[in-house]
Write a protein that binds this ligand. Structure first.
Ligand code: OAD
Length: 293
């Protein structure tokens, strides 16, 4: 485990060198921690509660299809609040460093993010190599499954000041929040806790395939509590893939590093460590023969 950039450089460089000599892609798996320095509360932090009437709800109670069906307006009130927080936030040095990593690695780069804040794409991450496996809060889709995504912005503008007005009327959804084709309620384009990953919306199979054949896995700012991220870690570990973990707190991924022959745990914030990782990656690529695909 390293908490000092100077001491980590040699270990990181040698791990990256070994990783890049392997075939496969370099996977970057990110969670809420990478956006913490942009001012977006992490999912399991204390800031996440939302009040509906006289009751406080935890995100894990609101981010469900069951809650949406029971009180669609209240759930939308919470999502509009989160959407505005995300829309006002700006990408931070960690997001930007990953965009540079994409430029350096080209087709070998793949970013898998659990974040619905869209900050990776807004920083310039390539859309075809950025899998948003829990969706993107800036989009809506039909809750009955009509095809296609639409931007949330025009709907959010109907409630300029306080999404709390929606929370005060837990059951009633304004007419503008209905699908034009079938009149079913529109919903946020996110994966809820009582739903399953799939390929068309959430790149489930593609993510698993990439993990099983990865040259390198870098895990940044996630507790690793959800199903697909856990599978990504397991599939990569099973293939002997070198692992880098960036997080201020130890977690299951950092424990794997401690027991792995080829892993580095960089203890600290993404905004500090991802630029260091980029610098080392850049150095290794500059000194290397063309990398295997
Ligand atoms: P969590 O809120 O569970 O965890 C945030 C992680 O970020 C923790 O491990 C923190 O230690 C770490 N962290 C905090 N500040 C950091 C910083 N500056 N730099 C780096 N790391 C930092 O969020 P996730 O693990 O992303 O899923 O949660 C994953 C999923 O849980 C979410 O996408 C959501 C929820 O279930 C769904 O909605 C399906």
């Amino acid at each position: 485990m390293f908490s000092d950039p100077a001491h980590s450089a040699a270990a990181l460089a040698s791990l990256l060198k070994a990783a890049l000599a392997r075939p496969g892609r370099c996977l970057f798996l990110t969670g809420a921690g990478i956006s913490a320095e942009s001012g977006i509360p992490t999912f399991r932090g204390p800031e996440g509660y939302w009040r509906v009437g006289s009751r406080n709800f935890h995100p894990q109670e609101l981010a469900t299809r069951a809650a949406f069906e029971a009180m669609p307006a209240a759930v939308w009130g919470w999502y509009l609040h989160r959407y505005r927080t995300c829309a006002q936030a700006q990408p931070n040095p960690a997001h930007h460093a990953l965009v540079q990593a994409a430029q350096l690695l080209g087709e070998r780069f793949l970013l898998i993010t659990q974040n619905v804040d869209g900050l990776h794409l807004r920083a310039g991450s390539p859309a075809d190599r950025t899998y948003e496996i829990h969706g993107n809060i800036a989009y809506v889709r039909c809750s009955a499954g009509c095809a296609g995504l639409a931007p949330l912005a025009p709907l959010a503008d109907l409630f300029p000041a306080q999404p709390a007005t929606l929370a005060a009327q837990p059951g009633e959804l304004p007419a503008a929040f209905q699908c034009r084709a079938c009149r079913a309620p529109l919903r946020p384009h996110v994966l809820w806790f009582d739903e399953f990953y799939d390929e068309p919306l959430f790149r489930f199979e593609s993510s698993r395939r990439a993990a099983a054949s990865a040259a390198l896995l870098v895990v940044i700012g996630t507790t690793g509590n959800t199903n697909l991220p856990q599978q990504i870690g397991e599939l990569a570990a099973r293939s002997g893939c070198p692992l880098v973990v960036i997080n201020p707190e130890p977690n299951p991924f950092s424990e794997w590093v401690e027991s792995s022959a080829s892993g580095v745990y960089l203890e600290g914030r993404a905004g500090d460590w991802v630029p260091v990782l980029l610098r080392e990656l850049s150095g290794v690529l500059a000194g290397a023969a063309p990398a295997a695909r």
